[in-house]
Design a protein around this ligand. Structure first.
Ligand code: NZQ
Ligand code: ZN
Length: 388
C-alpha cells in the first residue's frame, strides 16, 4: 500500500427530515446565499423549506447554475458574494450546483484573475492562494458525484472541463435525505448509478498494491450498485434503495477508497471531452468510455480485472480472457439495464468525430492518462474506436 494522507472534515447529516440541523451549523447572524440550479429545487418546494429553517437570517439567492457549471455563470455569483458580504453559502442541488458553489467560494476570496483557478488540474490550489474562503453547506438532491463530501469541482470553460481542488472546498455539512431524490427523472438516477460505479472502478480497477480494505470497500460499493441499480431507476420512492444509492455514491468519492492505492481517471478525462463537445451527460459519457477502456487496457489491468470478474461478478469458470470478456460484457449490460446507451453511435457520434475528440484531449494536456500515465493520444484513439 502507498503512503497516504486522509483528511475529510465534512459532516454528513443523513436521513429523513434533516433540514432543521442547518440551524446547528449556520450562525444566527449569518448572511446566507442559497445557490441552486434550474428549477427543480424551486418546483419541489425545497428552497422554501430551507428558507423557513433559516428563519430571520438574511437570505440571498443565486439560481441558474447549469449542468456542467460554466465559469461565466459562476463569476456572476462571485460578485453577489463580494457585494453582499455573504458569510455562508448553502448549495441546493446535484454535483453541478455543489461544484459551482465550491468555485464561487474559492473565487470570492481570490484577488487575481479568476481564470487562474482553472489552471491547477489535479494539483490542489495552494492554500495561501485563496487565504480564507466563505464556508458552505449542501443539501444534496442527486446522488452521483460525491461532491457533497469531497474537495473537488469540475468547471466548464470554453470547450473544456477543468478540475479544481482545494482543502477549502470541503462542505462544512451535507444533508443527505434520500426522499429529496424522489423527484429525479429516471435518466438522472441512471447517470448517478453509473457515475458512482465508475468512480469506484477508477480507484479500484488499476493494479494490485495489497490495499485489501480499499479493495473490499470498493467491491462492496460496486455490488451494492449492481444490486440496487435497476430498482433505483424504476422505483422513485423506494426509500431504502435510494438511501443505499446515496451513501454508495458519497463513499465512492470521498477520499476513502483511493487512500493508498493507484488511481486511473482516464475514463473521466476522455468522457469530459464528450460532454464538452457534444453535451452528453457526465454519466452517459462514462458508460460509453469505461467498457471500451477496460477492453483496450486488459493487459495493464489484468490482475485487477480478474479480481473484479471473480469477486464482483462471481465469474468462476473459463480462461483468464474469457473471465475478463464476460466481466466487461456484464458491466456494459448493467449500464444498459439502466436505460443508458454504451456506444458513441447511440448518441449520433461517428468515426469522423474521433479526430476532433483527440484534438481536444491534446489541447487540454490529456496526453499521458491512467494510473501508469501511459495512455497516449494513440491509445485514447483506440479506446474511442472501440466505443463506436
Ligand atoms: O438544474 P435543476 O433544475 O436543479 O435540474 C437538475 C439537472 O438538470 C436535475 N436535478 C437535480 N436534482 C434533482 C433534479 N431534478 C429533479 N429532482 C431532483 N431532486 O438533474 C440535472 C443534472 O444535475 P447535475 O447537478 O448536473 O448532475 P450531477 O449531480 O450528475 O453532476 C454532474 C456534474 O458533476 C461533475 C460533472 O463533471 C458534472 O459537471 N462531477 C463532479 C465531481 C466532483 N465534484 O467530485 C466528480 C464527478 O466525476 C463529476 O465529474
Ligand atoms: Zn464522475
Amino acid at each position: 500500500m502507498f503512503n497516504f494522507d486522509f483528511y475529510n472534515p465534512t459532516r454528513i447529516l443523513f436521513g429523513k427530515d434533516r433540514l432543521e440541523s442547518i440551524n446547528k451549523f449556520v450562525s444566527d447572524e449569518a448572511n446566507v446565499l442559497i445557490t441552486y440550479g434550474g428549477s427543480s429545487a424551486k418546483r419541489s418546494g425545497l428552497i422554501d423549506k430551507v428558507k423557513t429553517v433559516l428563519g430571520n437570517r438574511k437570505i440571498h439567492e443565486f439560481g441558474g447554475i447549469e449542468s456542467n457549471p460554466h465559469f461565466e455563470t459562476l463569476v456572476k455569483a462571485v460578485e453577489v458574494v463580494r457585494n453582499e458580504h455573504i458569510d455562508f453559502i448553502i448549495a441546493i442541488g446535484g454535483g453541478s450546483v455543489i461544484d459551482g458553489t465550491k468555485f464561487i467560494t474559492l473565487a470570492s476570496s481570490y484577488d487575481g484573475d479568476l481564470h487562474d483557478l482553472l489552471k491547477y488540474g489535479f494539483t490542489p490550489i495552494p492554500l495561501d492562494t485563496i487565504g480564507k474562503s466563505v464556508p458552505f453547506g449542501t443539501v444534496l438532491t442527486l446522488p452521483a458525484t460525491g461532491s457533497e463530501m469531497n474537495n473537488g469541482a469540475v468547471i466548464s470553460y470554453a470547450q473544456g472541463k477543468y478540475s479544481v481542488f482545494s482543502e477549502l472546498a470541503f462542505p462544512v455539512f451535507s444533508i443527505l435525505d434520500p426522499t429529496l431524490t424522489y423527484t429525479l427523472p429516471k435518466t438522472q438516477v441512471a447517470n448517478g448509478v453509473i457515475d458512482a460505479f465508475v468512480h469506484t472502478i477508477e480507484q479500484y480497477l488499476t493494479y494490485p498494491v495489497d490495499g485489501r480494505v480499499q479493495d473490499r470497500i470498493s467491491e462492496g460499493i460496486l455490488q451494492t450498485l449492481i444490486e440496487i441499480g435497476e430498482t433505483a431507476v424504476l422505483e422513485s420512492d423506494n426509500y431504502d434503495v435510494r438511501a443505499n444509492l446515496m451513501w454508495s455514491a458519497t463513499l465512492a468519492l470521498n477520499g476513502l477508497i483511493c487512500a493508498g492505492v493507484p488511481q486511473d481517471w482516464a475514463a473521466h478525462m476522455i468522457g469530459h471531452e464528450l460532454t464538452a463537445l457534444y453535451n452528453i451527460d457526465h454519466g452517459q459519457s462514462l458508460a460509453i468510455i469505461l467498457p471500451a477502456l477496460l477492453d483496450i487496457r486488459r493487459e495493464q489491468k489484468r490482475a485487477k480485472l480478474l479480481q473484479y470478474a471473480e469477486r464482483v461478478w462471481h465469474i468462476g469458470k473459463g480462461s483468464e480472457d474469457e473471465k475478463i470478456d464476460l466481466a466487461i460484457c456484464r458491466t456494459k449490460a448493467f449500464f444498459e439495464s439502466l436505460g443508458v446507451k454504451t456506444n458513441l453511435s447511440g448518441y449520433g457520434i461517428g468515426a469522423d468525430k474521433i479526430p476532433v475528440i483527440i484534438k481536444q484531449l491534446e489541447a487540454h494536456g490529456m496526453t499521458t492518462l491512467s494510473e501508469t500515465r501511459d495512455i497516449t493520444l494513440e491509445i485514447s484513439q483506440k479506446i474511442l474506436e472501440r466505443a463506436l
